[in-house]
Design a binder for this molecule. Structure first.
Ligand code: KG4
Ligand code: ZN
Length: 334
């Protein structure tokens, strides 16, 4: 079967064409709205919805063309129903349902977070549940156990901000543009991670919960008590310290969850899963403990259309593909 995946939950208009046997991403173009939102320091839902409306048809056309197929070759569509911004989601859903009706093919609504984890499955198609999953994105930070049949149990989540949100908000405080995660990582590379002792919330807590709002306050205090020139001159070290604080919290709680659940496979997904320091730290732990660590190809960590089609294919292979209606967003992991 040939699948068209459509992702429009936030600020990327993304479409992809995948074949399911053998499993292959044939194309995965996207339009990033980052420049349109950068001015406001975060995503503006209204602007996002309008940009999706303008770009979704050209991106879908590009996906089909780049894949070397024609519209009539598409057998099914998978689109994101949530979690995400309502306006952007409705644009994607309307487009997917309209196109499916025109082509007389089914359209399946998929969960965005399941999509992020399916991106890791694309590089590790032989993994079998049960396993522990870590979803780290701009809107979510959660440890979830996945058992056969897509049964999910939350092990712990953030009490306040998501990890990506922490990167973005702390970055903004030190003068970086939205989204700041990848920039902090780039600027902090090979710098002193111990330059500033930023707090690690709930660190000694035996729980699997995260909290990043205290870090945000600590960074705000830091900017209030240090000269802008000092911050500029030491930006690399400050970014390295910031990255270490966020990654340390993620790693500590994930290790707690691995110990509690005794899982031998860890699957990570979401925009922050592109982070090299997080990958290195978790890989080191997993290597020591004989745990299999599955991550998406770096290009598939952040939002994209391939992960949504992959989520549908993964469900189809297990006989669990069912559509989620757009009027009833289905958010088992939210
Ligand atoms: O999954 P995603 O593309 O969108 C959501 O579903 O939220 O994640 C976006 C988030 C942003 O907060 C961005 O700053 C963060 O992922 N991010 C990173 C990196 N690349 C993207 N954070 C840390 N290191 C990175 N390399
Ligand atoms: Zn996402």
């Amino acid at each position: 079967m040939i699948w068209l995946g459509i992702e429009s939950s936030c600020d990327e208009t993304a479409c992809a064409v995948l074949q399911d046997d053998p499993l292959k991403v044939l194309s995965n173009p996207l339009y990033s709205q980052i420049d349109e939102h950068a001015l406001y320091g975060g995503v503006v839902p209204e602007i996002a919805a309008r940009a999706h409306l303008q770009k979704i048809a050209p991106i879908a056309e590009a996906a089909v063309k780049e894949a070397g197929v024609e519209l009539k070759d598409i057998d099914a569509i998978a689109y994101t129903t949530g979690p995400g911004l309502m306006g952007p989601l409705l644009v994607g859903a309307s487009f997917a349902k309209g196109l499916a009706r025109d082509l007389n093919i089914p359209a399946y609504g998929m969960n965005h977070l399941e999509g992020h984890l399916a991106a890791a499955w694309l590089s590790n198609p032989d993994i079998e549940p049960p396993f522990l999953t870590l979803t780290v994105s701009g809107g979510h930070t959660e440890l979830v156990m996945e058992e056969p049949g897509f049964k999910y149990t939350s092990i712990g989540r953030t009490r306040d901000d998501a990890a990506g949100e922490a990167f973005d908000k702390c970055g903004k405080l030190i003068g970086l543009k939205y989204p700041a995660g990848a920039t902090i990582s780039r600027l902090g590379k090979d710098h002193n991670r111990k330059f500033v002792e930023f707090p690690r919330a709930l660190h000694t807590h035996d729980s699997c919960e995260f909290s990043f709002s205290g870090l945000k306050t600590a960074v705000l205090r830091y900017t209030e008590t240090h000269d802008p020139e000092f911050i500029q001159q030491n930006l690399g070290d400050i970014c390295a310290s910031l990255e270490d604080a966020i990654v340390d919290s993620l790693v500590t709680k994930t290790i707690n969850a691995l110990k509690k659940t005794k899982m031998k496979t860890l699957v990570m997904g979401g925009g922050v899963s592109a982070n090299s320091w997080l990958r290195t730290r978790l890989q080191d732990y997993c290597d020591k403990k004989g745990i299999r660590f599955c991550v998406p190809d770096r290009s598939l960590s952040t939002d994209n259309g391939a992960m949504i089609a992959a989520a549908a294919i993964r469900r189809k292979l297990q006989g669990k593909l069912e559509s989620i209606d757009v009027v009833k967003p289905w958010m088992p992991l939210a």
